[in-house]
Design a protein around this ligand. Structure first.
Ligand code: GMT
Length: 378
C-alpha cells in the first residue's frame, strides 16, 4: 500500500481497545506509514521508547469553573481537526463509535478537508452504550457517518446491527497479537520466583476486574479445581471487583494459592509459565487476553458468549462453557490437567490457531486493504 498519514484516536489506558489501536499504529509505522496518535495521554504500549514514524498529540482537557464537566470530546475533536490540517492526514482511524467517531466527524467539518474516517467497534461502546437510549442515536450517527466501519468479531457485527438498527456494512477484523512478543517463552526460574512448585498447575486470569469479567466465577472454579489438584491461580490486573476477589480469597483460605499480582508489563512471560487461562466473562466481544494466552501455547476455558467462540475452538484449543457454570469449568480443567497428552495437544492447537488466523502480519494487511478500499473504492 502507498504510504499514508494516519491519525489514530483511542482510549490510551490499559484495555483491549487501546492495546489493539496502539499495536496497529506500531505495525503501520513499521510498514512506513506516518502515524499520529491523538489521545488524552501517551498510550501505555508506546511509553517504553521512541518509535520511528509515530507522533503523539495530546488532547489536553482544561477544567474551567464555568463548565460543570470538562469538555473532553469537544477538545478531542478540536485537536483532531488541528492535526488533520497541520500534518495533512490522509484519514482518521478511530476506536469506539462514541465518543471518537463522533469527534472525528466534527473534526472533519472543522478542518474543511475531505478526509475519510474509519471506525472500529470494540464492543464496550455497543454492548454497554447500545442499551442506553440516550446514546443509541449518537452511536448510530457515528457509525453511519463513518466511511468504513469494522468490528472485532462477527458476533459484534450482528449485535451492532440489531442494537442500533443500522444496515451499514460492517466488516469483521479480528484482534491480533504481535507474534514477536507473544509466543511460548522459556521461563526457567520464574515459577520459583513466585514460590510455585514445578509440579503445581498454574491457572491465570487477566482482566480489568469489571463486573462483566465475573471474577467470582473464576475463583469459585479455582476452589473446585484446587480440591483435586495442587494449583496456583494468578490474578493479573486491577479494577473495581478486586476487593470482592480479596474477600473471597480470605473467606475461603486461599491466601497461599491465589497470587494477586496487579497490572503487569511482562504478560507473555507470565502466560508462558501457565497451564490454563480462565476467561468467564458475561460480555466479551472478542477476548484479546485469550488470544495472547493461546499465542503463548496456553489453552483457554471461556464462556460461550459474544466473540469468544470465534477465538477458542471448543475441545481443540480450549473449552467453551455456559455462563456461570463453574462445575463445567472445573470438570474441563481437571480433564485437561490430569491428562498430559491432551494438554500437550491443546497447547499445540492453541498456538497453531493463532498462527493461522490472528498474527499481526495478516490482520494488519487486512486493515491496509480496507484503507485502500475506503480511499480509492474497489
Ligand atoms: O474488556 C474490557 O473491558 C476492555 C475493552 C475495551 O474496550 O478496551 O475490551 C474490548 O475490546 C477488546 C479489543 O477489541 C476485546 O478483545 C474485548 O473483548 C472487549 N471487551 C468487551 O467486549 C467486554
Amino acid at each position: 500500500m502507498k504510504k499514508k498519514k494516519i491519525g489514530i484516536s483511542c482510549y490510551p489506558t490499559v484495555g483491549g481497545s487501546g492495546v489493539v489501536a496502539t499495536e496497529l499504529g506500531k505495525q503501520l509505522a513499521s510498514r512506513g506509514h506516518e502515524v499520529h496518535f491523538i489521545t488524552s495521554e501517551i498510550p501505555f504500549r508506546l511509553d517504553d521508547r521512541i518509535y520511528p514514524n509515530i507522533f503523539f498529540h495530546e488532547v489536553e482537557v482544561n477544567q474551567y469553573a464555568v463548565f460543570k464537566h470538562a469538555p473532553h470530546d469537544l477538545t478531542a475533536a478540536s485537536k483532531m481537526a488541528e492535526v488533520i490540517r497541520t500534518h495533512e492526514l490522509d484519514f482518521l482511524h478511530v476506536h469506539y463509535a462514541v465518543p471518537h467517531a463522533v469527534c472525528a466527524i466534527l473534526a472533519k467539518q472543522m478542518s474543511g478537508r475531505d478526509i475519510k474516517i474509519m471506525t472500529t467497534l470494540h464492543g464496550t461502546d455497543i454492548t454497554v452504550l447500545g442499551f442506553d437510549p440516550s446514546l443509541r442515536q449518537l452511536i448510530k450517527f457515528g457509525i453511519e457517518q463513518s466511511d468504513c466501519v469494522t468490528a472485532v468479531s462477527n458476533d459484534l457485527v450482528e449485535q451492532t446491527k440489531r442494537l442500533v438498527n443500522t444496515s451499514k456494512s460492517i466488516e469483521t477484523v479480528y484482534n491480533f497479537i504481535d507474534e514477536d512478543v507473544y509466543y511460548p517463552k522459556p521461563v526457567e526460574g520464574l515459577r520459583a520466583h513466585y514460590g510455585i512448585d514445578e509440579k503445581e498447575d498454574v491457572l491465570i486470569h487477566i482482566s480489568n476486574f469489571r463486573p462483566v469479567k465475573r471474577i467470582l466465577d473464576v475463583l469459585k472454579s479455582f476452589l473446585l479445581i484446587r480440591k483435586e489438584r495442587k494449583a496456583k491461580l494468578l490474578l493479573i490486573g486491577n479494577g473495581p471487583e478486586l476487593p470482592v476477589a480479596r474477600q473471597f480469597v480470605a473467606e475461603n483460605g486461599l491466601q497461599d494459592d491465589v497470587l494477586l499480582l496487579g497490572n503487569q508489563k511482562h504478560i507473555a512471560e507470565l502466560l508462558s509459565m501457565s497451564d490454563l487461562m480462565l476467561l468467564l466473562s458475561e460480555k466479551e466481544s472478542f477476548g484479546l487476553v485469550a488470544l495472547e494466552a493461546m499465542a503463548c501455547g496456553v489453552p483457554v476455558i471461556g464462556t460461550k458468549i459474544g466473540g469468544i467462540p470465534e477465538v477458542i475452538e471448543d475441545e481443540v484449543s480450549g473449552f467453551l462453557v455456559p455462563l456461570g457454570d463453574v462445575e463445567a469449568v472445573a470438570r474441563h480443567a481437571l480433564r485437561l490437567l490430569n491428562d498430559p497428552v491432551l494438554k500437550q495437544s491443546f497447547r499445540k492447537a492453541a498456538h497453531k490457531r493463532v498462527q493461522k488466523h490472528f498474527y499481526s502480519q495478516s490482520v494488519v494487511s487486512q486493515y491496509e486493504r480496507l484503507y485502500e478500499k475506503m480511499l480509492y473504492g474497489e
